[in-house]
Design a protein around this ligand. Structure first.
Ligand code: 5GP
Ligand code: ZN
Length: 113
């Protein structure tokens, strides 16, 4: 997708600190970290929000969550981590390419507000 910042990161058109990559997913550091560990997990397929997900995406979204598990193991996040997605305006979604935030490295308050 032209003009999608995350698609540009996938295609190496803008830089990012990439942590993990498969054929279908990419994990990189958030540019404005809200915790000592703050990663973004994205599918390489451009899907704007969860509202556009369909049955054809079941495997892909499973792979995305499994990537979170793999990254958490590799980084030794045994104290825990948070996996969240902001979906749509009320949740404060700013980038319209599906992503999970993986947050860790400090005690994370709940509810987030
Ligand atoms: P959202 O509110 O859509 O869930 O969050 C988007 C996230 O993307 C924000 O935490 C923001 O800091 C991050 N972000 C926005 N632009 C860039 C960028 O160019 N590079 C990286 N690494 N992160 C970005
Ligand atoms: Zn995109």
């Amino acid at each position: 997708m032209q003009d999608c910042i995350f698609c540009k990161i996938i295609h190496r058109e803008i830089p990012a600190e990439i942590i993990y990559e498969t054929d279908n997913v990419l994990v990189f550091k958030d540019i404005r970290p809200a915790a000592p560990v703050h990663l973004l997990l994205i599918p390489k397929k451009h899907i704007p929000t969860f509202f556009e997900l369909g049955p054809e995406d079941v495997m892909l979204m499973g792979e995305l969550q499994t990537a979170a598990a793999e990254v958490a193991r590799r980084l030794g996040l045994s104290n825990g981590f948070r996996l969240v997605s902001n979906i749509g305006r009320d949740a404060g979604q700013l980038v319209f390419h599906i992503h999970y935030h993986l947050l860790a490295g400090r005690e994370l308050k709940w509810p987030p507000g």
